[in-house]
Design a protein around this ligand. Structure first.
Ligand SMILES: [Zn+2]
Length: 333
């Protein structure tokens, strides 16, 4: 697999959230990218400034961090032009986008949509979050740690010869970090992330991805939460190792109306914990991101205990947070 490591700089309204333009809270003002071949060598470079069309003043903090002035952007191409050139530069051969963190793919999609450009894909976009891969590789005891790019560069003692916080230099440093990871921990490259700016709209575009220790499912969109949680596939608890539908020990429950948890048991493989995060689209529809993973008995007991506690609080206070659990959710399938 080849990689396109990219980074964006964006600007926003300088006069507060209330003067944000609908559909474009952040306007991309620079795209920087570098190609990394499957063998880890750095290849072609892309580096372009963008002439803003929406926010004509530089946000005071953005300007300071990015070291850019409106004057410098004035003679650049517009976003649709630069985004098209970037797309052409990426080419048609298969590749995977790589970014530092989780925001850039989404922001690229949103800016394209604002200008009525075609989505990069009309379904979840797989990409590598190098910030996540870094933590999985070098902060194994804190795998959810989110280091700043500069911190990671220092950690790996990568030579710093260009300033941070410009799109190309950040893409370059991200590529250097990726290069290191490819050397020391190549198997972590299988841990793709999915950007869900465009969630699945049909069964065909749903995501079903078996990772080494868990299974991820991104459902198509539904008109509302009730329909979503009543869907058989969304609510099922399947053992991802033997593919059997399991009877639940603890039905789906929630303590915050957004994240749901369930517990099932496979006679061959043991306890399975399911998690659903309910996501809302800009149009008000909902879709589920579900993960199921085998867990040890201790974790299983924690799930059970939380559920019991929730049940107990229900008896005391009828208005307490109790899931609107659909009838079918604890049926054996
Ligand atoms: Zn099983």
């Amino acid at each position: 697999m080849n990689y396109v490591v990219f980074d964006l700089e964006w600007n926003q309204s300088n006069t507060g959230v209330s003067s944000r333009v609908e559909g474009l809270p952040f306007e991309i003002i620079e795209i920087g990218a570098i190609k990394v071949n499957a063998d880890g060598t750095l290849d072609a470079e892309f580096n372009e400034l963008i002439r803003p069309q929406v926010y004509r003043e530089m946000h005071r903090i953005t300007g300071k961090i990015v070291h850019l002035t409106m004057e410098e952007l004035k003679h650049s191409r517009t976003f649709p032009e630069v985004a098209t050139r970037f797309e052409m530069w990426c080419g048609t051969a298969p590749f995977l986008y790589c970014t530092w963190g989780t925001l850039d793919v989404m922001e690229l999609q949103r800016n394209r949509k604002y200008y009525d450009m075609m989505p990069l894909t009309e379904k979840p976009m797989p990409y590598l979050d190098v910030q996540k891969l870094f933590a999985l590789t070098y902060d194994a005891n804190e795998p959810r740690k989110r280091r700043a790019l500069q911190d990671a560069v220092d950690y790996l003692q990568i030579e710093k010869h260009v300033p941070f916080h410009r799109a190309f230099s950040d893409a370059y440093y991200t590529a250097k970090v990726l290069q290191e990871i490819m050397q020391v921990n190549p198997k972590v490259l299988s841990k793709v992330s999915y950007d869900v700016y465009y969630p699945p709209t049909s069964r065909e575009t749903e995501v079903k991805h078996q990772f080494d220790t868990y299974f991820k499912y991104i459902s198509r969109t539904f008109p509302g939460k009730h329909e979503l949680l009543n869907d058989k596939e969304v609510s099922s608890s399947k053992c991802y190792l033997c593919n059997r539908n399991l009877k639940k020990r603890v039905r789906w429950y929630t303590t915050n109306n957004r994240n749901y948890v369930c517990l099932a048991y496979c006679e061959v493989h043991g306890f399975l914990k399911g998690k659903i995060r309910v996501n809302k689209t800009a149009e008000g529809e909902v879709f589920a991101v579900k993960t199921t993973r085998l867990v040890d008995e201790e974790t299983a007991m924690e799930v059970e205990k939380k559920w019991e506690k929730l049940q107990a609080s229900k008896n005391k206070d009828e208005d307490s947070v109790i899931p609107e659990t659909p009838e079918n959710m604890d049926l054996q399938e």
